[in-house]
Ligand binder design. Structure first.
Ligand code: NCD
Ligand code: ZN
Length: 352
């Protein structure tokens, strides 16, 4: 079904879910993203996490100083706060006034640096009430963490146990179901009824559009294809590709590019996270091209994200070309190295 088109022009995209870490390695994680995207939602799961406006402002200043030293202009980090059981309602008012873009809900223990996350969402109800009032989006890592729930079912169970009750209690709260991985999540977001204003959306990563869970075990264990939520069966990948390319405004781009040093991935207890930032746009173009839907890439990558966040769309244009790009086997990451997604192979599309 792949079509013969070899070039596509689109308004510059944004990345609505990104990890760039902190300290020495941040510089290396930031450059790849800023070459492709105009803005990115910066995840707050540092250690210790970004739980207050002051911490977010300080983190933003460190990002800006790295951008400056990289000589990058025209990239805007959109800052988020990490929701905890102890977040104060007053902090939400401040966050709104200071231009914080969203709060992130990590169920405690769900993923990298989530230990300080939420143990019981009911403890956050006062905070959620204020978020609903002031129009502050809640970004959710949608997995339950109970050890009895199979890892491949954690997202689907989260919908029934947490997300649906939450949406009933806060019908006006803007929620982004982050990095969805299952047909249940795709269907839930597609079919969710909202009263008037659209209050629900989902981001989708390139790895979940391009790979199924076989990729974690192809010819031996492949730690660089391990992320959370973990890759699922082929039927789920197909369902995600279908909604991503359907032109539905509830689905937009969020890479979840999540760098970990090579040694931390290739280890007895390897970290979760795929580093897709090297050529994320190429990966998305490949996915859309695989079903002949390149014409739907621009709305997914460049329009529906800012629309949901009530931010202006970008105006600059970029061109993607169908020309195989070699992906390095590793690249610098502070004192260490990082192995990008598709390392040592090629990606069919790239930024011109
Ligand atoms: C992310 C990370 O490493 O920070 N890892 C991942 O597998 N996606 C955390 C997250 O978004 O779950
Ligand atoms: Zn993430």
């Amino acid at each position: 079904m792949s079509n013969s088109q070899t070039q596509i022009e689109l308004i510059q995209p944004d990345d609505w879910h990104l990890h760039i870490r902190d300290g020495d390695v941040m510089r290396d994680a930031l450059g790849d993203t800023a070459r492709q995207f105009a803005r990115a939602i910066i995840m707050p799961n540092l250690n210790p996490p970004v739980t207050t406006v002051d911490l977010a402002k300080a983190y933003q200043a460190r990002i800006e100083s790295n951008l400056k030293s990289l000589g990058i202009n025209g990239f805007t980090p959109l800052m988020t706060l990490y929701l905890t059981d102890n977040t104060l309602a007053d902090e939400i008012q401040r966050a709104k006034a200071e231009g914080i873009a969203a709060l992130k809900l990590y169920p405690a223990g769900a993923t990298t640096n989530s230990d300080a996350g939420v143990n019981d969402i009911k403890r956050c109800y006062q905070v959620l009430e204020v978020m609903q009032q002031v129009g502050m989006p809640l970004l959710v890592h949608g997995e339950v963490t109970h050890p009895d729930v199979d890892i491949f079912d954690r997202e689907a169970v989260f919908i029934d146990q947490v997300l649906e009750p939450l949406r009933k209690d806060f019908p006006e709260l803007k929620i982004v179901f982050e990095h969805i991985t299952t047909k249940q999540a795709a269907q839930y977001v597609r079919d969710a009824s909202t009263s008037g204003k659209n209050t629900i959306a989902a981001t989708i990563t390139p790895q979940h559009l391009l790979m199924n869970r076989n990729a974690i075990f192809a010819g031996g264990i492949r730690p660089h294809n391990y992320c959370l939520p973990v890759l699922k069966r082929e039927e789920h990948r197909i369902a995600l590709l279908e909604v991503a390319t359907s032109g539905n405004l509830r689905f937009f781009l969020g890479t979840d590019s999540a760098p970990h040093a090579k040694g931390a991935k290739e280890s007895a207890r390897g970290c979760a996270g795929c580093y897709s930032a090297f050529n994320a746009l190429g990966l998305y173009a490949e996915a859309f091209d695989s079903v002949g839907k390149l014409n739907r890439l621009e709305t997914f990558a460049s329009f529906y994200g800012p629309d949901f966040y009530s931010l202006p769309r970008n105006t600059k244009k970029i061109t993607l070309t169908k020309k195989a790009q070699n992906i390095p086997s590793e690249q610098p990451f502070g004192d260490a190295t990082i192995v990008p997604l598709r390392a040592g192979e090629t990606i069919a599309w790239s930024l011109s």
